[in-house]
Design a protein around this ligand. Sequence first.
Ligand code: ZN
Length: 122
Amino acid sequence: MNQLNDHINNQFFSIYGNTISQCPNYDSKINYLLESRKIFLFNQVLQQKIQFIKDQNTLLDLQLVHSKKKQRRKATEISKTYKCSQCEKSYGSEASLNLHCKLKHPIIESESKTQIEQSFQI
Ligand SMILES: [Zn+2]
């Protein structure tokens, strides 16, 4: 990135230097006020173009992020090493398995109570 900036700076200074060396002497026939106004307007057009390109860049960045999100692994590509102890299902992560157990095999309140009671029996 720094190299790119250096490159741009060098390019700018070489263009700037050339312009200064080629700068003509004052010409009374030229309306410099009009010329500066032209340059001012030209600059404004350029700034609008730069803004347009920036907006397009932002849009492209968003599209890139969006397409990255879409690239999910297929179900067959995930190695399912986390097997459910209560059914045939298996999952790629512990979190997925926990979620499955919570949804498909919820602990019934009375069962959990007896489990707690049992754990306190000596
Ligand atoms: Zn299960």
